[in-house]
Design a binder for this molecule. Sequence first.
Ligand SMILES: Nc1ncnc2c1ncn2[C@@H]1O[C@H](COP(=O)(O)OP(=O)(O)O)[C@@H](O)[C@H]1O
Ligand SMILES: [Mg+2]
Length: 264
Amino acid sequence: MIEVSSLSFSYPNTDVPVLADINLEFDQRTTAIIGQNGSGKTTFVKLLKGLLKASKGEIFIGDYDVSMKTAAELARQIGLVFQNPNDQIFKRTVLDEAMFGLLNIKMGKYTAEKLALEALEMVGLAGKTAMNPHDLSLSEKKLLCTASVVAMDTDIVIFDEPTIAQDEAGKKIISNIIKKLKRKQKLIITIIHDMDFVAENFERIIVFNQGTVILDGATREVFTRKEVLKEAKVELPGITQLANRLGFQNTVLTIEEFLQNYSK
Ligand SMILES: Nc1ncnc2c1ncn2[C@@H]1O[C@H](COP(=O)(O)OP(=O)(O)O)[C@@H](O)[C@H]1O
Ligand SMILES: [Mg+2]
């Protein structure tokens, strides 16, 4: 559905390449993009969303080159929840914020309000519709931005660090949203640092390191490549580390798998 070929990027007025020759295809597998700070993950998803223009290479969504699409076309097709909610929020009430994208794609006010309320309900903010978003906590702001994007019902949904500032309840909300989007056959791409969350929620992992892809594969496969991950300064999920230390042969991803192996 998304095909990236020979993609390179530098920010204006720098000659340091932030991304160098990225080749990737995205399919219906829930995909986590991991890697240390500054490895180019956010820049990459901004390119997918058409917010930045590639220095070299191409991005195709279906049969269409992203660089040829209008902002309005991309808005209907790709949703991106920003890493920092303060970069995304600019309306005066929670409800207006959740409706903004929908009104912007010319949806009627009645339908937009209905969809926005459904999305706010999903993230637990239905009781705060009249509040000023800037009075919300950081975790609530992040959930509001998530609701605004999910309400758009785009085929592609990208989350940039969705679990930042979330406690267990917040993480559960995000996890349920990912499951729901997966059931609706959306393409889900998520930049994330929480490896326990990755192990439990994603089918595929792409590892970025200094602007290149150094690993790409099924979650279990990637978490088996300890040496490469060390190079990219990526830690294994806690349960995987514990199983490794106990000398388990298999790469374990969840507590359930741990227990199955443990009782053998
Ligand atoms: N607006 C910008 N102008 C110049 N350099 C930037 C800008 N945004 C990010 N960078 C640089 O690009 C590199 C990759 O950043 P980023 O894509 O945010 O990485 P990540 O999301 O993996 O932490 C970093 O070295 C960062 O300092
Ligand atoms: Mg980032």
